[in-house]
Design a protein around this ligand. Structure first.
Ligand code: PMP
Length: 284
C-alpha cells in the first residue's frame, strides 16, 4: 500500500511519524473518512468542508488547500488501484519535539497522513440485507462531539461492549435520549416519519446524514429532527444508522428487542438505494 505523509507518497512500511507528534501523545488531531466507489470519491466536498471546520474549532492550521487534498486523494486512488473502499485522512497539530500541554507556535507545522483501505463489496454489504443489532450504553464522551477528533477510545470500548453482548454496535444515551452511534448517526421511523437527533455540539454532523435527509425531503418523506429515546426506538417501525463507510444500515434489534418485524424496513432500504444511486452519480 502506498500512503501519504506530509507531501510524500511512500510504501506504508517507510511512512513514519514522530513519537512527539501531538496526535500520538494527546489525541490532538482530527480526521475524515471518505468512501470510494468505482474509483471515485463520495461527497469529497462535504468531508473537506467538515475538516476545515474541525481545524478551525481547534485553532489548528490547515496542512494544505482543499484542491491539494483532492489531488492527494486522487493520487492515492490511482497508486493503489482503489476501486471500492475508504480513504482515511488525519491532521494533527504536529511535532513540537517534546511533550507540553500548551499548543506550539506556528513554526510547528501540522502532520498530514492519508491511507487507503480496500473494501471490495463495500456497497454490496450483506449486513444491509439482514440488518444489525445494537445495544444502548451511557454516552460519557466529551462535550464537543461536533469536532471530528481522533479521541476514539470510548467508541472503541462501546463496540467491544456490543460484541460481548452479542450485538454489532452501540447507541449512546445521554439524559435519557440517544445521541448517536459509536461511529454513525442514529434514526428511527415511526408512522412514515424519519426521526433523528437535531444537530448541536452533542453529535457529529454526519456528511451522510446531511445527504440522506436531503434525499428524504426531496422524495417527500417527512423528517423530524429531534432527540428520541431507546424506548421509542424499541417501539418504532424501523431503525437505521448512517455513516460514510456503511451508507444507510438497517438496525433490527435494540437491547435485545426486535424493531418492527425484526427485518430491514422499507424506508431504510429505499434511502440506502437512493443514497448509493445519487452518490455514485455525484462522485468525483
Ligand atoms: N457520528 C460519529 C460519532 C461518527 O464517528 C461518524 C462517522 N465518522 C458519524 C456520526 C457519521 O458521519 P459521516 O456520515 O460523516 O461518516
Amino acid at each position: 500500500r502506498i500512503v501519504h505523509v506530509n507531501g510524500d507518497y511512500l510504501p506504508e512500511e517507510d511512512a513514519k511519524v514522530s513519537i512527539f507528534d501531538r496526535g500520538f501523545l494527546m489525541s490532538d488531531a482530527v480526521y475524515e473518512v471518505t468512501s470510494v466507489l468505482g474509483g471515485k470519491l463520495i461527497d469529497f466536498a462535504g468531508h473537506a468542508t467538515r475538516l476545515a471546520r474541525s481545524l478551525r474549532e481547534l485553532d489548528m492550521a490547515a496542512p494544505c488547500s482543499e484542491d491539494e487534498l483532492l489531488a492527494i486523494h486522487r493520487e492515492l486512488i490511482a497508486r493503489n488501484d482503489l476501486d471500492e473502499g475508504l480513504i482515511y485522512l488525519q491532521v494533527s497539530r504536529g511535532n513540537p519535539g517534546d511533550r507540553d500541554f500548551a499548543f506550539p507556535g506556528p513554526e510547528v507545522k501540522p502532520t498530514l497522513v492519508l491511507f487507503t483501505q480496500a473494501k471490495p463489496g463495500l456497497a454490496d454489504n450483506p449486513a444491509a440485507k439482514v440488518g444489525i443489532k445494537v445495544i444502548s450504553i451511557d454516552d460519557i464522551r466529551w462535550g464537543r462531539r461536533d469536532i471530528k477528533t481522533v479521541q476514539l477510545l470510548y467508541p472503541s470500548m462501546g463496540k467491544m461492549m456490543a460484541k460481548k453482548a452479542g450485538a454489532d454496535d452501540a447507541w449512546l444515551v445521554e439524559d435519557g435520549f440517544v445521541t448517536e452511534g459509536t461511529s454513525n448517526n442514529a434514526y428511527i421511523v415511526k408512522g412514515g416519519r424519519i426521526i433523528t437527533r437535531n444537530l448541536g455540539t452533542d453529535i457529529l454532523h454526519g456528511i451522510t446524514r446531511a445527504a440522506v435527509l436531503r434525499f428524504a425531503r426531496e422524495a417527500q418523506m417527512e423528517v423530524e429532527e429531534r432527540p428520541f429515546t431507546i424506548e421509542e426506538a424499541k417501539a418504532a417501525d424501523e431503525a437505521f444508522f448512517t455513516s460514510a463507510s456503511a451508507f444507510v444500515m438497517p438496525v433490527v434489534e435494540v437491547d435485545g428487542a426486535k424493531v418492527g418485524a425484526g427485518t430491514p424496513g422499507p424506508v431504510a432500504a429505499r434511502l440506502r438505494e437512493i443514497y448509493l444511486d445519487e452518490s455514485r452519480k455525484a462522485a468525483i
